[in-house]
Design a binder for this molecule. Structure first.
Ligand code: NAD
Length: 364
């Protein structure tokens, strides 16, 4: 059930196109800070309620990154996960035409699960306005998410937390769960910063070496043989074992809900940076907070993607975009950590409080 509250949702839209049988949802949650921004997901089970919850996360995420964007999200139902590129294009074009009246005036689209630069190109062509979506290919003046802005932002958040704890990244070890767009850039960039990457997982399992893995070697093993576990330089573990290894930094960057009340007691990391959306369940968070684990909440840790969207919207180049991701994430992570310490509240509570304050002060 979708409950309206002081923030929204402002608009709940359901669209259907008879010709292509496209069924989709657009939720505009809140526009006090600006035009609603959020991606389009294409999945077989997407519901209006799911899209609403994601739109609300975008309201918080955009406010926390101090962007002049509100929160919105879209979902298009597809029959199976692996539909043809042609069918995907047809559905995206139909959805784009169906929401054209609101886009880009109060909603700007972007990539999400099962959509990327190709789909954004189709969306924009059907809309007729280049500013109707971000995450477009470079030839359309886009900054595709494939550049790795989200993973880069996760690493900036970790560096800020490490400095807040008066630690040195060069003396710290890390485990990265998930080795896709986000996880692979996090692992590579943390290694560059001098951290020791001791474990990496994907859907095939975990590869673990307490003396340190070489990320490029793991990239090659995955490319050649399909999974990180094919790397010859480590010991193979089950994928859930990565969450309880003796490491300083843990980055869940694959699925949500992976740290639960069942494994939270065994987590040994000092910092958890949420690369994925909501990987730490609320019951697990209580346990981790009691243990003094510093959690960098997803609504700031993985905001690099939407900051990149803002940079694209403003016409900035790649270099300018990465600088903006770094400054926005570091500044706001610092604010969250200081507020959490000063008010003796959790980092997630501090993050939500800051987002609410910014939203309230923008209220017309
Ligand atoms: P992706 O599809 O590129 O990669 C997902 C990775 O997770 C793959 O390596 C896959 O093998 C791995 N995986 C799947 N099941 C697993 C399991 N049981 N154990 C370990 N690994 C498993 O996805 P992505 O774009 O990297 O996104 C990762 C997460 O981050 C998602 O939750 C996504 O919603 C979130 N996120 C992504 C972005 C972005 O810009 N890409 C932005 C914000 C949030």
């Amino acid at each position: 059930m979708i409950k309206h509250d002081s923030l929204g949702p402002e608009k709940l839209i359901e669209v259907y196109d008879q010709k292509t049988k496209m069924k989709g949802f657009l939720v505009i949650d809140n526009t006090w800070l600006g035009v609603a921004k959020g991606g389009i997901r294409m999945t077989p089970m997407v519901t209006q309620e799911e899209v609403f919850h994601l739109a609300r996360r975008m309201t918080y995420k955009n406010a926390l990154s101090d962007l002049p964007f509100g929160g919105g999200k879209s979902g298009i139902l597809i029959s199976a996960k692996n539909i043809s590129v042609e069918k995907k294009g047809e559905l995206i074009r139909a959805f784009s035409k169906a929401v054209k009246e609101l886009c880009p005036s109060i909603y700007i689209a972007g990539p999400d699960v099962n959509t990327g630069e190709k789909e954004m190109a189709e969306f924009v062509k059907a809309n007729g306005d280049l500013s109707s979506a971000t995450g477009k290919p470079e030839e359309m003046k886009g900054l595709p998410h494939e550049l790795g802005s989200t993973g880069f932002g996760v690493v900036q958040a970790i560096l800020e937390a490490v400095s807040f704890m008066n630690r040195d990244i060069k003396s710290m070890s890390a485990a990265v769960a998930g080795f896709g767009n986000v996880g692979s850039s996090v692992a590579g960039l943390l290694e560059k910063e001098g951290a020791k990457i001791v474990a990496i997982s994907d859907s095939g399992g975990t590869i673990y070496n307490p003396s340190g893995l070489v990320v490029q070697e793991v990239v090659n093993a995955k490319k050649e043989n399909g999974s990180v576990v094919k790397s010859k330089n480590g010991q193979q573990l089950k994928n859930e074992e990565i969450f309880t290894l003796p490491v300083d930094i843990l980055v869940p960057a694959a699925l949500g809900g992976v740290i639960t009340d069942k494994n939270a007691n065994d987590v040994k990391a000092k910092i958890i940076a949420e690369g994925a959306n909501l990987p730490v369940r609320p019951d697990a968070e209580l346990v981790l907070n009691r243990k003094g684990v510093l959690i960098i909440p997803d609504i700031i840790a993985n905001a690099g993607g939407v900051i990149s969207s803002y940079a694209e919207h403003k016409g900035f180049d790649e270099d300018h975009m990465f600088k903006l991701v770094e400054s926005k994430i570091k500044t706001n992570v610092k604010k969250i950590l200081e507020k959490s310490k000063e008010e003796d509240i959790t980092t997630r509570e501090a993050a939500i409080k800051i987002a609410h304050q910014r939203l309230e002060s923008a209220r017309k």
